[in-house]
Write a protein that binds this ligand. Structure first.
Ligand SMILES: Nc1ncnc2c1ncn2[C@@H]1O[C@H](COP(=O)(O)OP(=O)(O)OP(=O)(O)O)[C@@H](O)[C@H]1O
Ligand SMILES: NCC(=O)N[C@@H]1O[C@H](COP(=O)([O-])[O-])[C@@H](O)[C@H]1O
Ligand SMILES: [Mg+2]
Length: 392
């Protein structure tokens, strides 16, 4: 029997999250083939091999799965022909965290219906629409203000808030343009007036109990995260409620790996929003050394069925994004010396070969002793990120 710990991992999606995952995997001798729709993607720069394909093309996926015959398939983005995953699972390949988890979260409808209808979790009131007319009817039902999102999108792409009836047509067009898959359908959610929002990193394991990280707070603009911090200030009651919901939804999806479960905290209690069956962008704060294992190391350990004795909060920390402002085929950075000179501060530049307005190109990371007021750490991270400029 081959008891080699060295496994072959096919990573589907090769952005900044994938890059850190590959680095974690390389450190313990794993082999990773990184896949994305363009060459030179961040994770490809550190992987053993790479493939450039359209991951929504099932035949193209089949070809590379057959070519590499991996032990594990690790999805890193949502827009993948995830229906194929059920077959790969039948062939004996481990899909992470499970074919069902990747397939259900690719489409907001599947995961929202599972959470709200099957599991009875508290969510914003919602409807679906497949045309501008249906959207107008849906908006009338959920009420204004409301949020419109393509069923297949992430990082806020195609998302807008309807504040009056005049916004409906614009919201429909914007959602169709921002949709990533081939599905022309949107979800309309009642706007939740939350006090704050959190990501609860939840680690499901093959032979051990589910573990939770300290909650991560974050602030979003245009549906995309700007700063995140850990630990977030959350009452014990809200934590218990969020953990209970995270446990229910991750159990229903199955498999082993890290999940980023997103919640809104309101005066009426905790609302489930959505989840990533993989490391979460707001979880990049763990790269500041806030925990004994960062979110990428936790994902890897769970996948390989390596025991995780405990997750310890070792530092308080914050991350702030470094965004591009223009299109460029050769982006460069200024201010790197300035950020490097700051105490208790670190940074990542992802090495994305091109830039576009608002594309995330790097992240600033600040940490301090547990108990240090988190607001001050977030301000430091924002100031650090602001030192770095992406030039075209
Ligand atoms: N119903 C809602 N009420 C209030 N705010 C909302 C609602 N839905 C989304 N938002 C805001 O927009 C942000 C992004 O929404 P959501 O997480 O659904 O988008 P996404 O495109 O899946 O983003 P990502 O892939 O980065 O997680 C939320 O974190 C929240 O700040
Ligand atoms: N919220 C999801 C998320 O943060 N995903 C991360 O962004 C990359 C895409 O970036 P790009 O659009 O700049 O190529 C993805 O590959 C993943 O690492
Ligand atoms: Mg989200």
């Amino acid at each position: 029997m081959n008891t080699s710990m060295q496994k072959k991992i096919l990573l589907l999606g090769s952005g900044e999250l994938g890059k850190e995952f590959v680095i974690a995997a390389q450190r313990i001798g794993q082999t990773v083939i990184a896949v994305d729709s363009y060459a030179g993607a961040p994770a490809m720069q550190v992987a053993d091999g790479f493939e450039v394909i359209n991951m929504l093309d099932g035949a193209a996926l089949d070809t590379i799965v057959a070519k590499h015959n991996p032990d594990f398939i690790v999805p890193e983005i949502e827009a993948i022909r995830t229906e194929r995953f059920y077959d790969y699972e039948k062939q004996g390949i481990k899909v992470v965290p499970s074919a069902k988890a990747a397939n259900f979260t690719m489409n907001r409808k599947a995961i929202r219906d599972l959470a709200a209808k099957d599991l009875g979790l508290r969510t914003a009131n919602y409807r679906y629409a497949t045309s501008g007319e249906e959207l107008a009817k849906a908006v009338a039902e959920v009420g204004i203000p409301c949020v419109v999102k393509p069923l297949m999108s992430s990082s806020g792409k195609g998302q807008s808030t309807i504040k009056s009836e005049e916004d409906i047509e614009k919201a429909w067009k914007y959602a169709v343009e921002g949709s990533r898959g081939d599905v022309v359908e949107v979800i309309v959610e009642a706007f939740v007036k939350f006090n704050s929002e959190i990501t609860l990193l939840t680690v499901t394991q093959n032979n051990n109990p589910t573990l939770f990280c300290a909650p991560i707070g974050h602030r979003q603009e245009r549906g995309d995260y700007q700063e995140s911090w850990q630990p977030a200030n959350v009452t014990d009651k809200d934590i218990a409620e969020a953990q209970d919901m995270a446990r229910k939804v991750t159990e229903a999806l199955g498999g082993a790996g890290i999940f980023g479960v997103e919640f809104f905290l309101t005066d009426e209690g905790v609302y489930f929003s959505e989840l990533s069956p993989r490391p979460h962008d707001t979880g990049m704060v763990t790269l500041a050394g806030t925990q004994n294992f960062n979110e990428f190391e936790l994902h890897l350990r769970a996948i390989l069925s390596l025991p995780i004795a405990e997750i310890i909060l070792e530092k308080a920390g914050a991350s702030a994004v470094i965004l591009a402002s223009e299109n460029s085929d050769n982006p460069t950075f200024t201010g790197v010396e300035a950020i490097a000179a700051l105490p208790k501060t670190d940074f990542r530049l992802f090495g994305k070969p091109t830039s576009r307005p608002y594309r995330r190109m790097g992240v600033a990371l600040v940490s301090d002793e547990v108990g240090t007021p988190i607001e001050g750490i977030v301000e430091k991270a924002k100031a650090a990120a602001a030192l770095v400029t992406v030039n075209k």
